[in-house]
Design a protein around this ligand. Structure first.
Ligand SMILES: [Zn+2]
Ligand SMILES: [Zn+2]
Length: 280
């Protein structure tokens, strides 16, 4: 959000006898007192009367403690996310209502190629809002709160797991060009920066599979057959042979995308593939 669009901006005018009053018009530097260029004058105003920091999701002001870094969303929004707690499906990481079953109904009758998948929060409410706005309105500032949740999942489920490298679920070059970024790669870069793990551009996605949003699992699997391949560099160098990989995506929906990616990675010689997503 640009600062000028901020509805909560503290507007003041100090043109009346030097006293701060609510700003009624765009302020002009008083002639003869300060002959500053307008941008310097505005910078001075912002210094004296800083704009309140507001949540980029609900627009409410955020109060910072001394030395605290400005968060992108407020505590209220952040806390409204549904965290996935035990019991979970041991395969796909979905939250389950009853203890005792190791796999959810979706996973109990399918063979998953990866070891297991884990996620931090449920894909609904504020989490869904953030992810949809990130992807379809290019709100790249939302990478930060999503990366926080991804890191929380890593701490909880993978900090003690032997992982050699991180691989992001790729977008087709056309889709990535249109969006301007790949959210999964951005999330995996944020995870690598915090964990010290290496990221590998191991996969590419062909331009033919189309949007998966409205398809069921069977249709997704069919559409994804052959959609992913090893990147040329990794294919030629054998860069993933014998390596334990962690595959990163923003959301685990039916699991068909990460399954298709994991199959390619394993066929390319990876010794194991685990999956981590922000939401499930
Ligand atoms: Zn908020
Ligand atoms: Zn499951």
């Amino acid at each position: 959000m640009s600062k000028s669009n901020n509805p909560l901006r503290l507007s003041v005018c100090i043109c009346r006898n030097g006293v701060a009053v609510p700003r009624c018009h765009s302020p002009t530097p008083p002639k003869g007192v300060l002959s500053l260029p307008k941008r310097w004058w505005n910078a001075l105003l912002n210094l004296l009367f800083p704009e309140p920091i507001t949540c980029l999701l609900c627009n409410q002001p955020i109060t910072l403690l001394d030395g605290e870094e400005s968060p992108v969303i407020c505590t209220l929004c952040s806390n409204s996310a549904t965290f996935i707690h035990s019991p979970i499906c041991q395969r796909c990481g979905r939250g389950m209502s009853s203890v005792g079953e190791s796999a959810c109904i979706d996973c109990s009758h399918v063979e998953l190629p990866f070891e297991y998948s884990r996620s931090c929060v449920a894909y609904r409410g504020v989490v869904k809002d953030l992810i949809l706005q990130l992807k379809f309105q290019s709100r790249q500032e939302f990478i930060a709160p999503l990366a926080d949740w991804l890191y929380a999942a890593w701490i909880r489920y993978y900090a003690d797991c032997s992982i050699d490298a991180v691989v992001a679920v790729p977008m087709s070059s056309g889709d990535e060009r249109r969006r301007g970024f790949n959210q999964s790669r951005r999330l995996s870069e944020a995870l690598c920066a915090r964990t010290g793990l290496n990221g590998i551009d191991a996969l590419v996605r062909k331009d033919t599979s189309g949007s998966q949003t409205s398809r069921n699992r069977h249709q997704r699997l069919k559409a994804l057959r052959g959609a992913f391949a090893l990147s040329q560099a990794v294919d030629e160098s054998g860069g993933i042979v014998g390596r334990r990989l962690l595959l990163v995506d923003d959301v685990y929906t039916t699991g068909s995308t990460v399954c298709a990616c994991a199959q390619v990675l394993l066929a390319g010689g990876a010794s194991s593939v685990h999956v981590i997503t922000v939401a499930r």
